[in-house]
Design a protein around this ligand. Structure first.
Ligand code: UTP
Length: 303
């Protein structure tokens, strides 16, 4: 097999989702619906559209709904068939045929780096992708496909990045870049959640990675860092010292749907783009924002 083929993707989904409590107390954050699909389905569809065949989901306690979502649902299928709902039936069947799914339990949320390490045996000795499902990228060319393209050309780890406002750098892993060409940089260094005064740039890692298997022995040695978690950023920093690493500015609109405000913004944007809901929803929003003089009723009937 050619070393630059990227066939497997890891989707870490074992985090506690504390930014979205109380919704995430007993339900996985990854199953929050963006209009009519759970967040994790967008990640899986992006991976599949980027050429990925095997999806390895890292799960934890309270995450069983994720496995059920990507499994067949025979009872539901029979019901839809019996009621002549053919279109819904094919949509539902399609979900379970998107890719080959494997699940690994991370028994304790020890950090993103630890979650990725859990996939080592299933990845073996080949390059692989990591997608964080709460970062949604709406792009003409799928975000991950952009990274895989660069990986094939450069044969070194590729991190997806985008510029963020300077005052928000403390929410991300930030790269210290050496520009190579338009949108592509070599990574000289990486810092996890720096304060704005210490940040080497405003290029933030946005939850898309293509990594070589050499990351695993480094992750195994990585000690807990910020927040007592095994940080993927710390291992990437080590890897960047040993082999070339690239940061690609991903083209597309990114939404942080693991955050309440980011999730609401993504919901509005995806609803407006939805072919069966968009125009009515847009009309509702216009009415809601600029009520006609004297008319206090909205489509919900509330003042
Ligand atoms: P986040 O820190 O964004 O997610 O981790 P979280 O921990 O679920 O959410 P908050 O910050 O508390 O609200 C990035 C990704 O890594 C996964 C998460 O599921 C998320 O997709 N993760 C994090 C794990 O799989 N295991 C961990 O131990 C930590």
């Amino acid at each position: 097999m050619h070393r630059s083929d990227v066939r497997k993707a890891v989707i870490p989904a074992a985090g506690l989702g504390t930014r979205f409590l109380p919704a995430t107390k007993a339900s996985p954050k990854e199953m929050l619906p963006l209009v009519d699909k759970p967040l994790i389905q967008y990640a899986v569809e992006e991976a599949v559209a980027s050429g990925i065949e095997d999806i390895i989901v890292i799960t934890g306690r309270g995450k069983r709904a994720i496995e059920d979502h990507f499994d067949r649902s025979v009872e539901l299928e029979e019901n839809l068939k019996g009621n002549g709902k053919g279109q819904l039936l094919s949509q539902i069947r399609h979900i379970s045929s998107l890719a080959n799914f494997c699940y690994i339990r991370q028994s304790e949320a020890l950090g993103l780096g630890h979650a990725v390490l859990c996939a080592q045996r299933l990845i073996g000795d080949e390059p692989f992708a990591v997608i964080l499902g709460d970062e949604i990228i709406d792009a003409d060319v799928p975000g991950l496909a952009q990274l895989i393209h660069t990986y094939k050309k450069r044969n070194g780890a590729v991190l997806g990045v985008q510029t963020v406002p300077h005052q928000e750098v403390n929410r991300y892993g930030i790269v210290s870049p050496r520009p190579i060409m338009e949108r592509l940089h070599e990574v000289a260094d990486l810092v996890e959640k720096p304060s704005p005064s210490d940040a080497p740039s405003n290029l933030a890692v946005i939850g898309r990675y293509v990594l070589p298997p050499e990351i695993f022995p480094i992750l195994r040695k990585t000690r807990p860092g910020k927040n007592g978690e095994i940080q993927l950023t710390d291992a990437l920093k080590e890897l960047s010292k040993a082999s070339p690493m690239y940061a690609l500015e991903v083209q597309g609109q990114r939404y942080d749907a693991g955050d309440k405000l980011g999730f609401l913004i993504a919901t509005v944007e995806f609803a407006l783009k939805n072919p069966s809901l968009g125009s009515e929803f847009g009309e509702y929003l216009r009415e809601r924002m600029v009520p006609a003089k004297g008319a206090r009723r909205t489509r919900t009937g509330k003042a």
